[in-house]
Design a protein around this ligand. Structure first.
Ligand SMILES: Nc1nc2c(ncn2[C@@H]2O[C@H](COP(=O)(O)OP(=O)(O)OP(=O)(O)O)[C@@H](O)[C@H]2O)c(=O)[nH]1
Length: 402
C-alpha cells in the first residue's frame, strides 16, 4: 500500500472554483510530481483551449489528461481507469489529482478507485490509493440561496433515479474529507459562520477551510491521509450505490443538464453581446469561453458565468498577436489551429460553452447570432464602437448592475 500513488479528487458544483483551486495548488510549492485528470462537462474543454496556453495551469510541468463529453462517475468510468492505468505504467509522477465535472457524483468516483470497475481490466488498487476527497463549495451561491440550503439539509431523498444537481451537491458535501468553502470574499463573515455551521452539521468529519480564489495550502488537500475506507463504507450513499449500482449512464441527461457550444469566426458587437451577457436566462447555470469583441483585436475576451456572477473582459492573447516565432511553435504543435487559421485574423473567433437545465438552446443561439457583426457592420470602423469591457481583467457584469 505504501508505495501506491495517492489520489485526491476535487468535486464541487459547476463554477464553484475547482479549476481555480487546481491552478492555485499546482503552481504552489507542493513538492510532488503531479499528474492531473480533468473531467469537464460539455462537448469541448474550453479550459484547455489554446488561448489559455498562457494560463498558470499550462506553465506547470504536470501531465494533464482531459476527459470531456461525459462524467467520470458514469459514462467515462471505464475510460478514466484506462487512462490512469496507462499513466501508471510509466510511474513518472507521485501524485494524482482529479478534478471531476460539476455534476459528477463523488461516491462512484471514489468507488472506482477503491474497488475498481467491472467493465475495466485495470485494477487501480495496484497502483493507487484514495487519499482525500475534496469538495469545493460556492459560499456565495449558498449565501444567495440560503433557503434552498436549508431545504438541502432537510432532504434525505438522495436515492432513486430522479436525483437532481441539488442532491449531487448534497453528496458532494456529505461525502468528502475536506470542504473548501470558496468565494468567501463575496460573503459577509457572520453569514460565513452560519454556512459553516450548516456544513459542519451535514458533514461533521470533514475539515472545513475558507478560501478565496481557491488559495489553499497544498497540504490541506494533498497527502492528508484523510480518506477513511471504513467510514466511507458506513455512509448511506456508499451502500446504496453498491446495492443498486450506478444505473444511469449519463448523469448530464439524467439531471436535465445540457450544454452547447457557440462558435463563430467573426467578431461580436461589443454592446450587443455585453447586454446579452447581462441578461442571460437564469436557466443557464454556467457559461464560459472566449470571444472576439469588435474593435478589440488586441485581446481575447473571456466570459465566465457561475451562478449569478457574470464576468467578462480581457482574458488572454490570441495566438495571432504573439511574436512570429512563438506563433510558429503553437501552429506546429496544434494541427487543428493551422486548419482554422484565417489569413487576416488568425485564430480570433468565438467559442462559448453554455451549460444549463432545460433552457431554450435555439433561442439563445439566435440571440448570439444577432450579436455577431452583420455583413454591413463588418465594413464599418469597429474602433468607433464603445467598449464595455475595458482593459482590466474580466470584471463583474451582472452583479454590478443589481
Ligand atoms: N469572487 C470570487 N470568484 C471566484 C472565486 N473562485 C473562483 N472564482 C471565479 O468563479 C468562476 C468559476 O471558477 P472555476 O474555477 O472555473 O470553477 P469550476 O468549479 O472549475 O467550474 P466548472 O469546471 O465549470 O465546473 C471563475 O470566474 C473564477 O474566477 C472566489 O473565491 N471568489
Amino acid at each position: 500500500m505504501s508505495d501506491t500513488i495517492p489520489v485526491t479528487v476535487l468535486s464541487g458544483a459547476l463554477g464553484a472554483g475547482k479549476t481555480t483551486t487546481l491552478n492555485h495548488v499546482l503552481t504552489a510549492d507542493h513538492g510532488y510530481e503531479v499528474a492531473v485528470l480533468i473531467n469537464d462537462m460539455g462537448e469541448v474543454n474550453v479550459d484547455a483551449d489554446h488561448i489559455e496556453q498562457q494560463s498558470e495551469l499550462s506553465q506547470t510541468d504536470e501531465e494533464i489528461i482531459e476527459m470531456s463529453n461525459g462524467c467520470i462517475c458514469c459514462r467515462l468510468r471505464g475510460d478514466m481507469l484506462e487512462a490512469v492505468g496507462a499513466l501508471a505504467e510509466n510511474r513518472d509522477f507521485d501524485y494524482l489529482l482529479i478534478e471531476s465535472s460539476g455534476i459528477s457524483e463523488p461516491i462512484p468516483v471514489a468507488q472506482t478507485f477503491v474497488l475498481g470497475y467491472e467493465d475495466a481490466d485495470y485494477d487501480p488498487t495496484e497502483d493507487f490509493h484514495l487519499d482525500t476527497m475534496v469538495s469545493v463549495v460556492d459560499a456565495h451561491a449558498m449565501y444567495e440561496g440560503f433557503d434552498s440550503g436549508r431545504a438541502l439539509a432537510d432532504d434525505d431523498a438522495a436515492t432513486g433515479t430522479d436525483r437532481v444537481p441539488e442532491e449531487v451537491l448534497m453528496d458532494q458535501i456529505e461525502f468528502c474529507d475536506v470542504l473548501l468553502l470558496n468565494k468567501c470574499d463575496l460573503v459577509p463573515d457572520d453569514e460565513l459562520d452560519e454556512i459553516e455551521a450548516v456544513l459542519g452539521t451535514l458533514q461533521p468529519r470533514a475539515e472545513v477551510v475558507r478560501t478565496e480564489f481557491g488559495r489553499v495550502e497544498p497540504s490541506t488537500i494533498l497527502d492528508t491521509g484523510r480518506f477513511d475506507f471504513e467510514e466511507a463504507k458506513r455512509s448511506a450513499g456508499w451502500r446504496h450505490e453498491l446495492e443498486h449500482g450506478h444505473h444511469h449512464d449519463d448523469a448530464a441527461a439524467e439531471h436535465g443538464v445540457e450544454s452547447f457550444v457557440f462558435r463563430a469566426d467573426r467578431p461580436l458587437h461589443p454592446e450587443r453581446i455585453a447586454e446579452l451577457f447581462e441578461n442571460l436566462p437564469s436557466a443557464v447555470i454556467r457559461a464560459k469561453g472566449f470571444f472576439w469583441s469588435a474593435g478589440r483585436e488586441d485581446v481575447a475576451m473571456g466570459l465566465d458565468k457561475a451562478g449569478q456572477s457574470v464576468r467578462a473582459g480581457p482574458k488572454g492573447r490570441w495566438i495571432a498577436t504573439l511574436p512570429p516565432q512563438q506563433q510558429q511553435r503553437y501552429l506546429q504543435t496544434m494541427p487543428d489551429l493551422e486548419e482554422e487559421w484565417d489569413d487576416r485574423w488568425g485564430d480570433r473567433g468565438v467559442e462559448l460553452v453554455f451549460i444549463g437545465r432545460e433552457f431554450d438552446r435555439s433561442e439563445l443561439e439566435a440571440w448570439l447570432e444577432d450579436c455577431l457583426l452583420t455583413d454591413e457592420e463588418l465594413n464599418e470602423n469597429w474602433d468607433r464602437y464603445p467598449d464595455p469591457f475595458g482593459d482590466e481583467d474580466q470584471r463583474e457584469l451582472a452583479l454590478a448592475d443589481d
